[in-house]
Design a protein around this ligand. Structure first.
Ligand SMILES: NC(=O)CCC(=O)C(=O)O
Length: 257
């Protein structure tokens, strides 16, 4: 299973349309050697551009979702397109979308824990309803978003729903980079899951983003990570490692609570 996590640069010069075109070109590039491609959190609008959330929001059947459904079909690749601001019944959500190789919408997730520290997300958006796990050709995948990483119970709920992989879309600032790295490793290790994260880089609205998108195995080993530049983080993983490690070191079976 070949992974390509597109660590996109966000700045204040690009428009939403320009950024979408640039990301689509990076998806074309990554698709040459990938089974699963990831993008970060609210990257088209820019996570910290809260003043643009309402005017740039789209429904689930809008052009943003359609473009990445088409890309998944065109390249016969799974795409976790990260999140966008979804409008539904006059409410707004931080919604992630995942497509299968046929371009079918295989999973959606609305961020559960809205960020409220130096962020207007919690004032504008409505939170989602918690853990979701989706069946894929690789195994069961749980989707989560950025600040969710601080809430381990959400990942345990995903494990209880059968998760073997966590895909995490993010716009995590550099200021708390050490937390990011620790949570990435801890969530993978404590739940014996592969964790694949996609963060942004660049400076937007005065916030320096942290990068360090990662691929971490169920033993907590970082298989691939990156620095703080735009890049495509790549790794090849064996999905059967989840069951092997869970059998060799059965800590999940030793839970008493
Ligand atoms: N986009 C986010 O949710 C940021 C979360 C964050 O910066 C933190 O938890 O720290």
């Amino acid at each position: 299973m070949k992974i390509a996590s597109i660590q996109l640069e966000i700045n204040d010069q690009e428009s939403k349309e320009e950024r979408i075109q640039r990301a689509a070109a990076l998806v074309d590039q990554a698709a040459a050697d990938a089974d699963l491609i990831l993008l970060p959190e609210i990257w088209a609008t820019g996570y910290f551009s809260f003043d643009n959330y309402v005017k740039e929001a789209e429904p689930l059947d809008g052009s943003f979702v359609q473009l990445f459904a088409d890309k998944a079909k065109q390249h016969a690749v799974w795409i976790f397109a990260g999140s966008f601001v979804e409008v539904k019944d006059s409410s707004y959500y931080n919604t992630s979308v995942m497509f299968d190789r046929q371009g079918k919408l295989a999973g959606t997730y609305q961020k559960t824990h809205l960020f409220r520290y130096g962020s207007k997300e919690g004032e504008i958006l409505t939170r989602g309803e918690g853990a979701k796990v989706f069946e894929t050709e690789f195994g069961k995948i749980g989707l989560t978003t950025c600040y969710d990483l601080r809430f381990p119970e959400l990942y345990r709920q995903q494990v209880d729903l059968g998760a073997e992989f966590f895909l995490i879309t993010s716009a995590w600032p550099h200021q708390r980079l050490e937390h990011w790295k620790m949570f990435n490793t801890a969530r993978a290790l404590e739940n014996q899951c592969f964790l694949i994260s996609c963060n942004c880089v660049g400076t937007t609205r005065g916030v320096l983003l942290g990068g360090h998108s990662s691929v971490i195995d169920p033993w907590g080993t970082v298989l691939a990570s990156s620095g703080e530049r735009e890049t495509i983080v790549k790794a090849e993983i064996d999905p059967t490692e989840v069951q092997r490690i869970r059998e060799v070191f059965p800590s999940l079976k030793h839970r008493v609570l």
